[in-house]
Design a protein around this ligand. Structure first.
Ligand code: FA5
Length: 341
């Protein structure tokens, strides 16, 4: 009886071991057969107590033989599995050491920098110099020399971050006009891109830190027609299509006459959205003919020279060009946003 049980268990188990597909399956078989508690071989050996001594020795040998065979088969199959998985790993993970290294991942320019450089190229081709100015400015450059004395209500229009000692974070790029006039003198054609700061409540179209691009031309007999020509040339180059613009009277103490130039909102096509505050138009720049006081305050004779100036909201221009519906994306540092450019 026991002979038969041992043989059947052995042949059945060898077949199961041969067809096992995973190491986990093998482990289950091993526990079922050889486990100390409830393992099949242990269960069979329990019947040996009733046997005569000679018969017990014979069955004992048979059991031992079966145990060794099954252990051997389990080990051999386990080794096959690890050989197969090693081969698979080697096949999938090989590295061709002769291939050139991929090198560092290339980044790209921020969309504001890209458009700034395009505008710089355009104005350089029209004979303008590109000037730079400091972000920490004096009160004189930012306000007084631009015909905005301390008591002038226009100071309230640009909520200012004042620093200890009387300097400030520049509220616009216009102080670079003053630096340009004082260092280069007339005739003058200059632009000045840069970062500016205002103590603003941030919303979809207002940031506390944003970019402007200033422009100034001083020569003899400069008119509003020249100003409009340069503004249209610039906006057509940037948007590469006709954009609808409107000029409204606008007050800036450093120009006379002064204008606000709006473009029809390119996010909604003029029907109204959060960027244009449902008006269909977005203010892009302030501009006008340079006020005689401003020329005088920088040592230029207004009877001989005149000119135009403009201050473009570069950040808002980038929003229009790429259809970005919230200004806060631009300085968020969010790679999901930046990698789209
Ligand atoms: C000025 O800053 C004047 N210096 C512009 C100027 C220069 C007028 C030369 C005449 C001659 P204004 O405060 O309107 O003007 O700002 C100019 C542009 O900056 C706006 O048209 C707008 O596009 C942008 N801008 C203003 N405030 C913000 C803000 N908080 N966030 C983003 N863009 C802004």
């Amino acid at each position: 009886m026991l002979d038969r049980s041992i043989q059947e268990l052995e042949s059945g188990s060898l077949a199961r071991i041969a067809s096992a597909d995973t190491a986990e399956e093998l482990e289950t078989i091993r526990v079922e057969l050889l486990g100390r508690k409830g393992g099949a071989l242990v269960e069979i050996s329990k019947g040996m107590g009733k046997l005569a001594a000679e018969e017990r020795a014979r069955i004992g040998k048979l059991l031992n033989g079966a145990k060794q065979k099954l252990e051997g088969a389990l080990d051999a199959r386990l080794q096959e599995f690890s050989a197969v998985s090693l081969a698979r790993k080697l096949d999938a993970e090989w590295v061709d050491l002769t291939l050139p290294a991929p090198g560092p991942r290339r980044g790209h320019l921020h969309p504001i920098t890209r458009i700034q450089q395009e505008i710089e190229d355009l104005f350089v081709s029209l004979g303008f110099a590109v000037l730079d100015g400091p972000e920490v400015e004096t009160e004189d450059h930012n306000f007084d020399a631009l015909n905005i004395p301390a008591t002038h209500p226009a100071r309230d229009a640009q909520d200012t971050f004042w620093l200890d000692g009387g300097d400030l974070l520049r509220t616009h790029t216009s102080p670079v006009q003053v630096r340009g006039m004082r260092s280069l003198g007339p005739p003058l054609r200059m632009i000045a891109p840069g970062r500016v700061f205002r103590n603003e409540s941030v919303d979809a179209s207002h940031e506390h830190t944003f970019y402007q691009l200033e422009g100034m031309m001083i020569d003899r007999e400069v008119s509003v027609a020249h100003l409009i020509y340069f503004m249209k040339t610039m906006l057509t180059a940037i948007f590469q299509r006709e954009v609808s613009v409107r000029l409204r009277p606008g007050f800036f103490p450093f120009v006379e006459p002064g204008f606000e130039l709006d473009i029809q909102c390119l996010i909604c096509g003029g029907t109204g959205c959060q960027v244009c505050k449902q008006s269909g138009w977005v203010e892009q720049l302030g501009c006008g003919l340079v006020h005689p006081n401003v020329l005088r305050l920088s040592g230029i004779d207004p009877d001989e020279w005149n000119g135009f100036a403009f201050g473009l909201g570069l950040t808002r221009l980038v929003m229009m060009r790429y259809g970005i519906d919230d200004i806060r994306w631009l300085q968020s540092g969010d790679l999901r946003f930046l990698e789209q450019f």
